[in-house]
Ligand binder design. Structure first.
Ligand SMILES: [Zn+2]
Length: 288
């Protein structure tokens, strides 16, 4: 049985960029007569906005994007992340490097803009260093998968990303760990999300293997960006979806996803054709 999900961060109200991911995953799940779950990725407390989770849920309801089962909040699932870290124990090590030290000896910049960690603390914390973050050891085996929209993908983690953080220096579980634990816990078979996360997928598949989880299918839809090429977000000033005009919001989103126009969501489900999604990582739009 198909199980999909929408996993927003409650940093502000739903904007066009997140609606693209929400509608694509909802349509894919409904067209497959599957379940569609909502999960709030609210681990990063300082970035949260009070009331944003409820605003997002209210907008989904107003648009007719109904979900199945209770909404899951990552902030209430810390025990599961803790046991996953315990399970990864033989594959992780403590790193004492500061951001500055990593950029001074980095192997370059990864596709997602982060520094490639050179493995400084792999053989043990250097003398006089305090443990900061927990990293997982990567290798040189290519991690490959076939994305349903973006085509075949492959990444050699050690070379292109480096050993990556699963527990952060600020005491938070890393996004990559939490998302993998949650997708497994919720039995997700199909991840449909924005292509800004395409480069995270190999790390997530790698963790799934280490933890003995199965790997879902992936479909990365183009990310909506502004004229400057920045991903739409609260930080880049994206406008909230106007819930007074739900049909217009759905119409614009269907167009962005390359889908045929539809009079309502029933027709949009019937028309849903993932092969029409533009095979692009990002598409610039005029405004959120
Ligand atoms: Zn280090």
């Amino acid at each position: 049985m198909y199980v999909g999900r929408f996993a927003p961060s409650p940093t502000g109200p739903l904007h066009f960029g997140s609606l693209v991911a929400a509608l694509a995953s909802w349509l894919d799940a409904r067209a497959a007569r599957g379940r569609w779950l909502v999960r709030m990725e609210d681990l990063d407390a300082p970035r949260q906005q009070q009331g944003a989770a409820d605003l997002i849920l209210g907008t989904l309801e107003r648009l007719g994007l109904n979900w199945d089962g209770p909404v899951v909040y990552q902030s209430l699932r810390l025990r599961d992340y803790e046991s996953a870290l315990e399970k990864l124990r033989l594959h992780t090590y403590w790193c004492g490097c500061t951001r500055r030290e990593i950029s001074d000896c980095s192997l370059g910049i990864a596709a997602d803009g982060a520094q490639i960690y050179p493995g400084t603390c792999r053989a043990g914390l250097p003398a006089g260093k305090a443990a900061r973050a927990l990293r997982v050891r990567t290798d040189r085996q290519p991690v490959s998968f076939a994305d349903r929209a973006q085509g075949p993908q492959a990444q050699i983690l050690q070379k292109e990303v480096g050993d990556f953080v699963v527990y952060r220096a600020d005491g938070q579980f890393a996004y990559q760990l939490a998302v993998v634990v949650d997708d497994a816990h919720q039995g997700i078979t199909d991840v449909v999300r924005g292509a800004d996360l395409l480069d995270s997928t190999a790390r997530q598949i790698y963790l799934q293997h280490l933890l003995g989880y199965s790997t879902p299918r992936y479909l990365h839809v183009p990310a909506a960006v502004n004229a400057a090429g920045e991903k739409l977000s609260k930080q880049t000033g994206a406008r909230p979806i106007d819930t007074a005009k739900p049909e217009q919001a759905i119409r614009n989103t269907l167009r962005f996803l390359g889908q045929a126009p539809a009079v309502d969501l029933e027709e949009a489900i019937a028309n849903w054709d993932p092969s029409r999604i533009p095979r692009r990582r990002a598409i610039a739009i005029e405004d959120g």
